[in-house]
Ligand binder design. Structure first.
Ligand SMILES: [Zn+2]
Length: 258
């Protein structure tokens, strides 16, 4: 069984940031999936061996704990869909995060818990593979402890901040008690693994983004390959410019850009 696990960030009335999806677009994207008969499973059921092996499956997740997601959770609850939301400890404690104010705090987390599963997303939203392993372990344990204290229940799911991962970070997350670890690898999740691939939904995504991805994943991979080849050709262009500049004995003005 493959599950297409989608990752949202803010869902405000009007999208501004590149990862914002307006509430109306979000509703249209999810409703299109449901109308097409795609089964939307909870995050903690992505490895459910009891599930049928055939058919299309999806899962809806939210990162960072944005207060703007509350109407999105309610929309999903009305349709019998249970999403998961991954919470940054410091941003929940202060209500302030990388976008300023607008993050759910303890009382709001307790209020949405009946309709939304909650998982950890670090203490400070730092890339765990880029900091010392002892600090990463502290981020993993402390963010889980905070949520467990707020919710008064066990928390064993998380998502990697910035999708940053390494074999050491994954081992540390398992040691910290996480059963499922959401990544930012844009592929369907295949039954069985504890690293759960997730596909980010960007601002530019249209109303049919989810249903098209589930039906024609080739479209997604094609877009990713196009982006890769664009980066490759850009690197090659920069290399040629530098080579010709150095041939003239000049300093490369573009060196800092790479
Ligand atoms: Zn995040």
């Amino acid at each position: 069984m493959s599950v297409f696990v989608f990752m949202y960030h803010r869902t405000p009335a009007e999208a501004q940031d590149r990862f914002d999806v307006s509430l109306s677009t979000f509703k249209a994207q999810v409703d299109a999936l449901i109308e097409a008969g795609v089964k939307i499973v909870p995050f903690d059921a992505v490895n459910d061996h009891a599930a049928p092996r055939h058919g299309k499956y999806a899962c809806i997740t939210f990162d960072d704990g944005h207060a703007s997601n509350a109407p999105a959770y309610e929309h999903l609850a009305e349709r019998g869909v249970r999403p998961a939301s991954f919470i940054v400890r410091r941003w929940a404690e202060t209500g302030v995060g990388e976008h300023g104010a607008g993050y759910m705090q303890a009382e709001e987390l307790q209020a949405i818990a009946p309709i939304c599963d909650l998982g950890a997303h670090g203490v400070n939203h730092v890339c765990l593979a880029k900091i010392p392993l002892a600090e990463a372990a502290e981020e993993l344990c402390s963010s889980r402890a905070y949520l467990e204290q707020v919710l008064d229940r066990t928390v064993d799911t998380m998502a990697l901040p910035g999708g940053s991962q390494s074999p050491e970070v994954m081992a540390s997350a398992r040691a910290a008690g996480y059963r499922l670890i959401g990544t930012s690898v844009a592929s369907p999740h295949t039954l069985g693994g504890d690293a759960v691939n997730r596909i980010v939904v960007p601002r530019a995504a249209r109303d049919d983004f989810l249903i098209r991805t589930v039906r024609e994943p080739g479209v997604l991979w094609a877009a990713r390959e196009a982006e890769r080849s664009f980066r490759r050709s850009r690197r090659e262009t920069l290399r040629r410019i530098r080579a010709s500049l150095s041939a003239f004995g000049g300093r490369s003005a573009v060196a800092a850009e790479a």
